[in-house]
Each structure stands twice: as C-alpha cells, then as structure tokens.
Design a protein around this ligand. Structure first.
Ligand code: HPA
Ligand code: ZN
Length: 379
C-alpha cells in the first residue's frame, strides 16, 4: 500500500461529470426564489469528504488501487446496484456501514486530492464561498493509510482551489469516531497535536461523528478536555441527529462546543432552544440527510420555522452528498420547496452562517459583502 505524501497527481476532472450524473433530476426547485438561492453566497460547515465518493468513483478507485469489493452483498455488484441500495437506508447505522466501506478505495494522497478538489469545484459551482470539511482520520489510519497522506492530498486540493476557485476559503476539521474505543480517540488527538496542524492553520477545529445512540457526550469529555488544554480553539460534535435533545444539552455543558452538527432534535426542548439562541450556538443542519436516514418522515418535519422564529442560528449543509442525493444547492431547494421561506429568512440564514464560521473577522466581512451584493439585486 502506497502512503507516500508526495504522491499527489492532478485531480481528475471527470469526477464532476460522474457526480452530476447522480444528482436527482429535480435539482432545480420550482420556487420563484430559485435563481436567488442559486446566486446566494453559501457557507458549508457540514460535509464529510468521504461522503462525497459516488458509487462510480468508488468502483473506479477500488479497481485502480486493487481493492476487492465485498462479495457477500449484491449492492456491490455494480455502481447502479449501489445507487439503488442508497435509496433504502433505514437508519444512521445502516448508512454508516456503506460509508465506511467506501473508505477502502482511498489509498494515495492523489485519491484524497481528487476527491477534495472535485467536491470544492462542485460546491463552488453552487456558490459555496466558505467550506469547512470534515474527515475521519481513524478510519484511514486503521487501514494503514497514514494521517500525513490524507492531509497531503487535501492540502494539495486546497492549494489548487486557491488558484482556480478564487472566492473560496477552505478549512479542515478532523472528527473522532464514536464507534471506536475512547483510547483510540486519545491516540488520534495525540497524533494530531504532534503534527502541529491545529496551530499552523491546517486544521481549524475538532469534531466527532459516527453512531450516536448510546454515545453520551460524557464518554468523550476527557478527549475534548485534553484538546482544549493543549490549545485547540474550536469544537463541535454531531448530536441530536438520532439521539435525544439531552445529548445536545450535555454536549454544550461538557465538551466546550461552540456549534452542534445536526442538532435537529434540539427543537424538542424549549429551554434548549432558548439556550442555543442565547449562546449563538450554530446548528449545522443537513435536511436531505435527515430525510434519507429516516430521522424525519418528511422535509416539512425539520424544525426550520421553529429555529428561525426563536433566533437559533443554523446553516444548511449536505453532510454526505454522494449518498443522500444532493449537494448544498439541492438542500437549499428542498428547504425552500418545503417551507416557502422569504428572502428575509434566507438573509438571516446567510448572515448567521457567516457569523458562525470558523474564519477571521476580515474573511467574515468579505463574505458578508458578497451576500449584500446579491441581496441588493433582490430587494
Ligand atoms: N452522522 C454521524 N456520522 C456521520 C454522518 C452523520 O450524518 N455522516 C458521516 N459520518
Ligand atoms: Zn455529518
């Protein structure tokens, strides 16, 4: 297995075509605000880079890297069979089973570069101007793909984006994985701290993802405390996706988090809603993900109106777009079709997403002025 960080090739542009092929036929919503929603400058705070591997790309990389596909599951007979399986997820854990198999095809820095650059180019075509990207180092390191291989590839994509996608800022956030033992999370933290990457601008914060039920925030307090003591500045955690609002409340009090990924179920607790609004904690909502993973029956069941009315800050994100049938624009459109929001609602969402971003004040001002230009055209 090659783990040479210098092994970075130009990204493969054809991937974008493969991704477009898998988008739902209705990527345009019929709403009168569609053009506005397309033009609106966006911040993406919740996308897992490994969740951007389409079935076509998975098959191609697996073949290139000599990876044997699981033979005991007919979903791996063809990309089409895998697409079909992705239409029928029953839960977060059912999805995670396929998501982590998808990792097996990623071996070289060039694989991570191609994956990351291609996501960035696609997101930019939807007017994402600031992207904070999650990745899951433990699930690569455990297959002998070193951390420095992953980050070399992702950094090469970021450097290319700085030239070719000039209005885009890019940040990276490693996530610890809750299905693995807590000592493994401490080992990851030690490796990340030893890299110096939290302090040289390579990593902007620290997050936590994977299975949720039964994984109370108290289990990870020692890891978050150690990161905080070492000087890591920004913390987030996936909670309130499948798990109860108490997990969100306890994550806020135990883990020093300034945002919550998903957090949808926070709406079940009126006191928590007030606390989120008061503390300006941002929720990184992922509408299509919630519908596809059966967290809600219908898009209309996502508490968008409740959060807007209570001044809870949130952004709208794609999570794992290759698995859930849409990138950020498709999520914006799905929300608009379900809720018929007004331009003022979108202005509030856009301004809140910029305020909650992990970037400099100067960068926030630049993003705000981009939003203002589009708003001027629509007001
Ligand atoms: N939830 C938890 N872990 C994840 C997700 C998610 O939606 N996507 C990728 N890892
Ligand atoms: Zn997620």
């Amino acid at each position: 297995m090659s783990g040479n960080p210098d092994d970075v090739e130009p990204a493969v542009g054809a991937l974008r075509y493969e991704r477009r092929q898998m988008l739902p036929k209705t990527t345009m919503c019929n709403d009168k605000l569609h053009q506005f929603l397309q033009a609106l400058p966006k911040c993406e705070h919740h996308v897992h880079i490994e969740g951007t591997i389409s079935p076509e790309l998975f098959f191609r990389l697996a073949s290139k890297n000599g990876i044997t596909l699981p033979s005991d599951d007919p979903a791996f007979d063809s990309p089409a069979a895998l697409h079909a399986r992705y239409q029928n997820f029953t839960s977060l854990d059912d999805f995670l089973h396929y998501y982590f198999i998808g990792f097996s095809a990623l071996i070289n820095a060039s694989d991570f570069e191609a994956l990351t650059y291609d996501y960035l180019a696609l997101a930019y075509s939807q007017n994402v101007y600031h992207a904070e990207i999650f990745f899951d180092p433990q699930a690569h390191i455990s297959r002998n793909v070193p951390y420095h291989t992953i980050i070399a590839g992702m950094n090469a994509a970021k450097a290319r984006a700085a030239v070719e996608l000039p209005k885009l800022s890019v940040e990276f956030i490693p996530c610890l994985l809750r299905h693995l033992p807590v000592p493994s999370a401490h080992e990851l933290l030690e490796e990340l701290l030893a890299s110096g990457h939290f302090f040289d601008g390579t990593l902007v914060g620290f997050g936590m993802s994977s299975t949720e039920l039964g994984k109370h925030p108290s289990l990870y307090k020692s890891v978050y405390d150690a990161a905080k003591a070492a000087g890591v500045g920004n913390f987030t955690a996936h909670y309130g996706e499948e798990g109860p609002s108490d997990y969100v409340k306890d994550a806020l009090s135990l883990l020093n988090v300034s945002r919550i990924d998903h957090g949808r179920r926070s709406a079940e607790d009126v006191d928590l809603i007030a606390q989120l609004a008061e503390s300006a904690t941002m929720l990184t909502l992922c509408p299509l993900s919630n519908v596809v993973l059966k967290g809600v029956d219908r898009m209309q069941d996502i508490p968008i109106r409740e959060f807007l009315d209570a001044n809870v800050r949130f952004s709208i994100n794609s999570d794992d777009p290759a698995y859930f049938g849409g990138y950020i624009q498709e999520n914006y459109c799905a929300i608009q079709e379900a809720f018929g929001l007004a331009v003022e609602d979108w202005e509030k969402i856009a301004r809140g997403a910029i305020a909650g971003s992990w970037c400099s004040l100067l960068r926030k001002e630049q993003l705000l002025s981009e939003v203002d230009s589009v708003l001027q055209e629509w007001n």
